[in-house]
Design a protein around this ligand. Structure first.
Ligand code: ADP
Length: 355
């Protein structure tokens, strides 16, 4: 016979990705367990309305019970909100207070993944900071948050505290930039399951709940592509505009078109500050004057002309750029040619925004 303690034991398999992997039983989230003939009903308590991870935790709780309970048991998971302040606005209840001190919020987008959007975002942030701007970067790439690795900040657990009734998250400061990443809250394999509204809410929190302070630029490393998450993000966050990253290949450029159309769509209507052509050519270290156009030549320039957007910069394929990403030391910290390419890019982007 299954008893309440059995169910609680099974529920210990469910870890909360945002709470240092503590399980929901030790976090006191299992409010009630009811066992009737052939059915188990669990009530989970959440302290916030619309916890972005609620759906995930409900699903995982069901899975834990189904895995362990006798075949054919009916499983239901209900939720209850506890410790909620009496009068709360519906929805996520996130205002724009934390971004009130931010002058320019810029999305770094790409039509498809793997073109170097995160590499460009991280190096651009560091380069802007080297130019004397106050900079933050929110890594909103739910499908592959790479800021922790690229900045050597894996394993960082952001501090959160209550300011009045609002929970505020502190960013991490390194290399002169304030960083926040969805990767600080979930393991990469967990991030992959964040879909639809859950991902949208998590992203909004990542940006609107973080105490950014006074910033000249807040860069948002957007998820690749042009789906619903993007539309929701550009609607809910007061983005000033975007920069689009692409490689010069035709297949990547075809997706740039979708990105351009998304930002120029009537309901979004945000300026595109420019195109960044990444992996524009390859120069072997031993032949610094040679350029090999591995992904084709001039694709970025043609695309920029076609859509009347400035070409902000061309970044070559350089081994040190990849290594910098893997080692957590962005090349933009150096004054070698690869670092200076990002300094020029930062200068161009700043010019476009501050015009
Ligand atoms: P995205 O964010 O678009 O998915 P990433 O920034 O994660 O792409 O880059 C994908 C891979 O390509 C990473 O391993 C990165 O180090 C590498 N990479 C990106 N840009 C360059 C470049 N200009 N030169 C060398 N390697 C690069």
């Amino acid at each position: 016979m299954t008893d309440i303690n059995n169910v609680k034991e099974w529920l210990q398999e469910v870890e909360h990705p945002a709470k240092g992997d503590k399980n929901i039983v030790e976090l006191g989230m299992v409010e009630n367990v009811e066992i009737a003939d052939g059915s188990i009903t669990v009530t989970l308590a959440f302290s916030k309305h619309r916890d972005p991870l609620a759906e995930y935790l409900i699903g995982s709780s069901k899975a834990a019970i189904i895995r362990n309970a006798p075949e054919g048991t009916k499983v239901e998971v209900k939720t209850v909100i506890k410790d909620e302040a009496p009068k709360k606005k519906p929805g996520l209840d996130l205002g724009f207070e934390e971004i009130a001190g931010v002058k320019h919020i810029i999305g770094i987008a790409s039509g498809k993944g793997g073109v170097g959007k995160s590499t460009v975002s991280v190096n651009l942030a560091v380069a802007l900071s080297r130019l004397g701007y106050k900079v933050g970067l929110a890594d909103a790439d739910v499908y592959g948050p790479s800021v922790p690795k690229m900045t050597g900040t894996e394993g960082f657990m952001p501090d959160a505290f209550l300011d009045g009734e609002k929970e505020v998250i502190m960013p991490l400061e390194k290399y002169g930039v304030k960083w926040m990443s969805i990767g600080y809250f979930a393991k990469p394999e967990q991030a992959l399951i964040w879909r639809g509204p859950m991902a949208c809410n998590a992203l909004k929190q990542m940006i609107l709940q973080v105490r950014w302070g006074e910033l000249d630029f807040l860069l948002i490393d957007m998820p690749p592509g042009t789906g619903d998450i993007h539309i929701s993000l550009v609607h809910d966050i007061p983005l000033e505009g975007a920069a689009i990253v692409s490689t010069p290949q035709d297949v990547a450029l075809a997706d740039v078109e979708k990105g351009v159309n998304m930002f120029r769509n009537e309901s979004v209507n945000k300026p595109i500050f420019g195109l960044v052509e990444n992996m524009a050519w390859f120069t072997p270290a031993e032949h610094p004057d040679e350029k090999y156009y591995i992904f084709g030549k001039g694709g970025g320039i043609r695309m920029a002309e076609k859509y009347s957007i400035p070409l902000l910069g061309q970044i070559p394929i350089v081994q040190s750029i990849r290594e910098g990403g893997d080692n957590g030391e962005p090349v933009a910290l150096s004054s070698r040619p690869d670092g200076l390419a990002f300094i020029s890019l930062a200068e161009k982007l700043a010019q476009q925004c501050i015009r």
